[in-house]
Design a protein around this ligand. Structure first.
Ligand code: ADP
Ligand code: ZN
Length: 215
């Protein structure tokens, strides 16, 4: 099963991909997490990507396509995977189709997380992230037990540079311009399943399972 979770920043696709991964044997492949891992390591790729990310711009297609092409060859991807935050542009989507076709594979289902921009602003500006394991928190709706400390691994919980209000606006604009066209692309392939992402996490979880036709 090859799945794509498509939706604007803050729509909850990362959270749902992690939940689904813990029930199934499909790894969650998040290009955002991979890029942040490169930044923490201080690699050349990470330093280059950071310039784009901090400003809410997309990292060049070639960079992320290369990362995904390598990642899907690993053994844990054999029975399927969940793409979270990739593809984000039409060229990325077309490259993905080509790299999958070369291995006789194709995308099975694209779940589109639908939610209004006004809802996303509140979610993203209150969002906090563990600097080490990536666990997500929200200052109002799901704070860590001890302020600033991750419940899971004990590392510092921080606000991502790109979760600042000025950058959030930019990311939403980029989403509508460059990523939203993928809705049509996958709908024409008959693969799109739209869900309402503005409801509770548990309710979204149910919609995701329904959309995939799994229990
Ligand atoms: P969110 O979905 O909340 O915006 P991500 O962690 O998925 O967060 O992405 C953070 C940033 O990483 C993006 O704003 C972008 O700069 C970069 N990025 C992640 N995935 C891609 C991608 N597929 N193509 C280009 N840039 C990407
Ligand atoms: Zn942590």
């Amino acid at each position: 099963m090859i799945l794509i979770f498509l939706g604007p920043p803050g729509s909850g696709k990362g959270t749902q991909a992690k939940r689904l991964m813990s029930h199934r044997s499909w790894p969650q492949l998040s290009t955002g997490d991979m890029l942040r891992a490169s930044i923490s390591k201080g690699s050349a790729l990470g330093m280059e990507a950071k310039k784009y990310m901090d400003q809410g711009h997309l990292v060049p297609d070639l960079v992320v396509v290369g990362m995904i092409a390598e990642r899907i060859q690993e053994p844990d991807c054999r029975s399927g995977f969940i793409l979270d935050g990739f593809p984000r542009t039409l060229p990325q989507a077309k490259s993905l189709d080509v790299m999958l076709a070369a291995r006789n594979l194709s995308v099975d289902v694209v779940v589109e997380f639908q939610i209004k921009d006004s809802e996303l602003l509140g979610r993203l500006s209150g969002r906090r992230t563990c600097s080490k394991c990536g666990t997500l928190y929200h200052i109002h709706t799901s704070p860590p037990q001890v302020s600033g400390i991750c419940d899971v691994c004990g590392s510092d919980v921080i606000q991502r540079a790109d979760d600042q209000e000025s950058v959030i606006q930019k990311r939403l604009k980029v989403y509508h311009e460059l990523t939203a066209p993928l809705v049509r692309f996958y709908s024409e392939q008959g693969k799109l399943r739209a869900i309402d992402a503005s409801v509770s996490m548990a309710a979204v979880d149910v919609s995701v399972h329904d959309a995939l036709g799994i229990a």
